[in-house]
Design a protein around this ligand. Structure first.
Ligand code: GDD
Ligand code: MN
Length: 368
């Protein structure tokens, strides 16, 4: 093959589309890409996490008819960020875009995004919902709109840059940008763009183009409360310069909900004039808090290694034993320090910190 022929058949643009239960959206998306990208050498890589609805089979059926369509089927793994990264790293094209498979992202924007990169006006182009006045008016429920605004504000503080939509799931970058940040990216959570902006070794030249977020017609959104906690953890992880792992931050956030549960139960029992001495009230409240902490950590922090059935029970017993030992460590260290230093607050904080680290490390090793 002559070099010119070789380059003529090479892809200029890889579109990565993560999928989980998007079967009905696969063919429509391919048709829309085909219409929007006339004259461009593109491929689409669907990265499917073994969707029970058979999305991967649908992609492969389409791939037999259209050689620009590829499927990466992952088993035993879940996670939007990891899926996107895997697709991007499979690409050999100079430019890589990410687009949701559910048709909420306006694919007709892709040629304009590509043009910006071709002309080297930026390293990355973000499709933003916030540049267009009515960009967010559809597609998201009012609480999601507020949540999305708050998330945007927080990540701008951490990134110290001016991207109007740093949590957008729709963007395009040079492949080099992906390669340079790949080893630092979290494979959990939703916020790939935010993570790249925070992780890339040099500041990136980012350009934004407005679009209108569409309503989802088929399938359902996978963004739930878990994702919100994951995202908070990622922001804090980046704010501490990667020093504290996102999972430890999540564990700590869950721990603080335990504090609220504890106080709440004390107030409730007190209000109900329960026939218990105060230590009994506090003990009950602490047990309820420990139980809720265990269940939330199992569902959120360790969602990927979730314990079920009998294992849920045996894990619970171990969790309670380890956290009780953690309480002992906490009190022992605090009293020791208070003895030596006579600084109650310092001793208290140090004890609590040691207790928390103890709980995190031991339960990470012995429960999950
Ligand atoms: N492979 C894989 N694995 N794909 C997933 C997973 C997963 O665990 N979870 C979700 N997806 C896919 C969906 O199938 C869809 O194609 C895309 O990722 C986006 O998921 P949605 O569940 O539709 O997300 P959304 O519409 O609620 O959220 C969108 O807006 C957010 C901003 O508010 C996404 O674009 C987010 O990336 C974006 O941050
Ligand atoms: Mn969606």
């Amino acid at each position: 093959m002559a070099p010119s022929e070789r380059s003529a058949s090479a892809y200029e643009l890889t579109i990565v589309s993560p999928t989980f239960n998007e079967r009905p959206n696969i063919r429509p998306l391919i048709a829309k890409l085909d219409a929007a990208l006339r004259g461009i050498h593109w491929q689409v890589i669907f990265v499917d996490d073994n969707s029970p609805d058979g999305t991967a089979e649908e992609v492969k059926a389409a791939a037999r008819e259209d050689s620009r369509v590829y499927c990466i089927r992952r088993v035993g793994r879940r996670g939007l960020a990891g899926a996107v990264l895997e697709g991007a790293l499979a690409s050999a094209a100079p430019f890589v875009a990410v687009i949701d498979a559910d048709l909420q992202h306006d694919e007709t924007l892709l040629p304009a995004m590509l043009e910006v990169l071709r002309e080297d006006r930026a390293d990355m182009v973000v499709a933003s919902r916030y540049l267009e006045p009515e960009g967010l008016s559809t597609g998201l429920s009012p609480p999601r709109q507020q949540g999305s605004r708050l998330a945007t504000w927080m990540s701008r503080k951490v990134l110290r840059n001016d991207v109007s939509d740093p949590v957008s799931g729709y963007f395009m970058a040079r492949r080099a940008v992906w390669d340079a940040s790949a080893h630092k990216l979290s494979t959990e959570g939703f916020k790939v763009l935010f993570d790249i902006l925070a992780s890339h070794p040099e500041p990136l030249r980012v350009s934004e183009l407005p679009y209108k977020f569409r309503d989802r017609l088929a399938g359902e959104s996978k963004l739930d409360r878990r994702v919100v906690i994951e995202y908070l953890s990622l922001i804090l992880n980046k704010a501490t310069n990667d020093m504290i792992p996102a999972r430890a931050i999540m564990f700590a956030l869950v721990g603080s909900t335990g504090f609220l549960v504890n106080v709440g139960v004390v107030l409730a029992l007190d209000g109900a004039h329960a026939p218990l001495p105060f230590w009994g009230v506090q003990l009950t409240a602490a047990m309820v808090a420990m139980t809720s902490n265990y269940l939330i950590n199992n569902a959120v922090t360790y969602q990927d290694r979730r314990r079920k059935g009998l294992a849920l029970l045996s894990g619970y017993v171990r969790f309670c034993l380890l956290c009780s030992a953690g309480l002992f460590v906490n009190v022992a260290i605090a009293s020791f320090l208070d003895d030596r230093l006579h600084a109650a607050i310092l001793a208290g904080v140090a004890g609590a910190l040691f207790g928390a680290v103890w709980n995190y490390v031991t339960t990470a090793l012995a429960v999950w």
